[in-house]
Design a protein around this ligand. Structure first.
Ligand SMILES: N[C@@H](CCC(=O)N[C@@H](CS)C(=O)NCC(=O)O)C(=O)O
Length: 198
């Protein structure tokens, strides 16, 4: 049994999208979170240790962090073909993008937003926006998706960032077309209906 603790218009919305891609049966528990604009509040019933979303519970096991949840769910539903399984030649590239997303892209975006994009210690550790842009463009040149021919959970992470903060991704037609391709997926449209409680 899968249960997703979800807050509308947040990082858990991308997990709703993935669940639709996978055709996975999952209970959605709508939860309040404390938001950047000062609205909302922590929900005591949220099992996330930091009272954030997404938080996934599978047969009593708690999984947090978007990339970990994406990997967990695509491994759980290999037949959907949304993430290469162990043994697939694309597996290493898939893991690289999932972890590069959480380990580099999100920190770089956060530092840029905070005006710390030229901090030498941060650049030494994570590199900066230009290196991140080069990595994305190099992959998408061979597209149409990050892993090449096949759409994957890594695209859900990057495209959902693009929907939230388009200026944080490289400008230009290559990325515009990539985002349009991802955003036209029927599973994303289906997930919108579940984003807020009825
Ligand atoms: N690295 C985490 C970040 C999760 C996160 O920051 N979620 C936001 C919503 S977009 C949240 O729950 N914020 C509530 C808070 O900061 O208390 C992930 O990707 O899962």
């Amino acid at each position: 049994m899968l249960r997703l603790h979800h807050a509308p218009r947040s990082r858990s919305s991308r997990i709703l999208w993935l669940l639709e891609e996978l055709g996975a049966d999952c209970q959605i528990v709508y939860t309040d979170i404390s938001r950047m604009d000062g609205s909302g509040d922590e929900d005591e019933a949220n099992p996330h240790p930091d009272k954030k979303v997404p938080a996934l519970v599978h047969n009593g096991t708690l999984i947090t962090e978007s990339s970990a949840i994406v990997l967990y769910l695509t491994d759980l539903h290999p037949q959907a073909g949304i993430g290469p399984s162990p043994g697939d030649p694309k597996r290493g590239e898939y893991l690289t993008w999932l972890f590069y997303y959480s380990g580099v892209i999100e920190p770089v975006v956060t530092f840029e937003t905070a005006g710390l994009g030229d901090n030498p210690a941060l650049i030494r550790t994570f590199r900066g926006k230009s290196e991140m842009e080069r990595r994305l463009l190099d992959a998408l040149k061979h597209g149409p998706y990050l892993l090449g021919d096949k759409f994957s959970g890594a695209d859900i992470l990057v495209a959902s960032l693009g929907a939230w903060a388009r200026p944080m991704l490289p400008t230009g037609k290559l990325v515009d077309d990539y985002l349009a391709r991802c955003n036209s997926r029927p599973a994303l449209k289906a997930s919108f209906a579940k984003d807020s409680p009825r």
